[in-house]
Design a protein around this ligand. Structure first.
Ligand code: ADP
Ligand code: ADP
Ligand code: ZN
Length: 213
């Protein structure tokens, strides 16, 4: 099963993608996580990506597409995957489509996690991410057992630089300009399904599993 998660930054794509990955035993592939791992390890790719990420801009398509196609060509992706944060532009979606068509393959579902802008800024300022393992929390909705400490690995939780309100506003603009058109793109392909992302995360997940079967 090959699934794409769509939605504004902070809509809950990552949260739901991880739950889908667990239930359906497919890898969770997040381009944002791949970029952050590269930044942490000080790679050339990481340094290049950081320039854009810090501004709330998208990393250029050429670079992003290469990273993603390399990732999904790996063995663990053979039986499917859930893409979180890719595609984010029409050209990215087209390249993915062509690559899959060449393999006689296709995306099965594009799940749009729908959350209005008003809710987003609040969600993002409460998001906390583990510096070590990438687990995400929310200070009100999904708090860790001990404040500031990751439940999974015991390391420190931080507010991502790009989750500060000024940058979130840029990211929302970028989302509306460049990513939202994908909703039409996948609607035309007949695979778009929307869920109400303002509900509790378990209710959102129930709506998604009802779609995936
Ligand atoms: P969020 O989980 O809030 O949606 P991500 O972790 O997916 O954020 O992405 C963080 C940043 O990484 C983006 O703002 C962008 O700069 C970069 N990025 C991630 N995925 C892509 C992509 N598919 N195309 C371009 N840039 C991307
Ligand atoms: P995205 O990957 O779309 O950027 P995340 O999954 O990281 O979004 O979620 C953004 C923030 O909102 C996180 O702090 C997360 O814990 C929290 N969150 C996710 N889903 C919900 C929900 N249904 N209700 C309330 N908060 C949520
Ligand atoms: Zn952790």
């Amino acid at each position: 099963m090959k699934i794409i998660m769509l939605g504004a930054p902070g809509a809950g794509k990552g949260t739901q993608a991880k739950m889908i990955a667990d239930k359906y035993a497919v890898p969770h592939v997040s381009t944002g996580d791949i970029f952050r791992a590269n930044i942490k390890n000080g790679t050339e790719l990481g340094m290049e990506a950081k320039k854009y990420m810090d501004q709330g801009q998208l990393v250029p398509d050429e670079l992003t597409v290469k990273i993603l196609l390399d990732r999904v060509a790996q063995d663990d992706c053979k039986n499917g995957y859930v893409l979180d944060g890719f595609p984010r532009t029409i050209p990215q979606a087209e390249v993915l489509d062509e690559a899959l068509t060449k393999l006689g393959d296709k995306i099965d579902f594009a799940i749009n996690v729908d959350v209005p802008d008003e809710n987003i800024i609040k969600r993002m300022s409460g998001r906390r991410a583990c510096v070590n393992c990438g687990a995400t929390y929310h200070i009100e909705h999904v708090p860790p057992k001990t404040e500031g400490i990751c439940d999974r690995c015991g390391k420190e939780l931080i507010l991502r630089d790009d989750d500060k309100p000024e940058t979130v506003k840029n990211r929302l603009k970028v989302y509306h300009d460049q990513t939202q058109p994908l909703i039409d793109f996948y609607t035309k392909k007949g695979i778009l399904k929307s869920v109400d992302g303002t509900k509790d995360m378990n209710d959102v997940f129930a709506a998604i599993t009802a779609i995936l079967g």
